[in-house]
Design a protein around this ligand. Sequence first.
Ligand code: SF4
Length: 373
Amino acid sequence: MSAASAARAVSHPNRQVVPIAELAAFQTELLSWFDDSKRELDWRTTRDPYRVWVSEIMLQQTRVATVIPYYRRFLASFPTIHLLAKARSDVVLRHWAGLGYYSRARNLHRAAKEIVARHAGKFPRSLQVALQLPGIGEYTAAAVLSIAYGLPHAVLDGNVARVLARLGAIRGDLRRPSRWHALGRSANELLATQAAGDWNQAMMELGATICTPRAPQCTKCPVSRWCRVHTLGIALRVPAIRRKRRSIRVVISAAVLLDPRGRTLLVSNEGEHSLLFSGLWHFPAVRSAKPAREKLARYLRECFGLSTQLEPLRTARHTVTFRRIVLAPFLARVPKLPRASGARKPSLTNLERIAVSSATKKIASAAKAALRA
Ligand code: SF4
């Protein structure tokens, strides 16, 4: 089909994605494919709402392979919602350190406390009530309620939206509110209500493993006979590629202070670096256009009353959403660490016991490598 005629054949977003008369066959195909082909994942062996919820939060914006070890460690330390609710927030954050998007961990912890205090430790079964909890949006609520309780709520995330758009040959920006809303309606129309949890996971699994953004494997797809873009030969053109936000370059110069006992100084101010270090403990640092020894030395003098030599270390790269960050660490050997309210003074070789971000770990690695050399 020519590009022009394919474009004309594209559907209106409100059209039924799969004809009602064929819905039962469509559902059977997808569910049996999921049954046969699904990846064996820890969170698929449980219907415990707490465990399902933890997995759904961890999986947001994060690859399955990355999540698995975090999920295991987290549940080994907090096997019940009551233990999570009772935990200190820095201990919870320490278990999240390296997984990124730390507001997820803070909200998970706050929501656990609320569920224990107001819902007798049980994840609410009502969609409206679940949506009141910190960090729970439409997607997470629908996922937990369908998988844990079998309630008929369809999920809509990027994977499901792409599958729906391709099945129905729906063009345009899927995240446009009216289009996203229409996709939500389509997701609910297709939902196999008698197996809502499996159905939601099957749709997501299809998007994650077969109907992938850049290389849909239509010949292996269990629902290809209902797929309009496959019929039209335009699978790669739907959905339209979203224009990425332009990335910006940020340079962070950080001071690794080191006393004769091997201890260093970490701060957790909520100032300009809070976002870049996810609000976690971090080395004293300044932001600039290029590695900035002078600016960092001035900052140490003004904030900590410290005048010291700063030895440049190897730089490291780090990315947080659209920010490309260059980490420029400097080592400063000091006879005594300065006094600073709210600061911590751990051993440089033992930062695992503290909630620090991946950026801070990279800076610490550069310092440890220099000390070993
Ligand atoms: Fe996606 Fe191809 Fe299956 Fe259509 S046939 S849903 S484009 S994998």
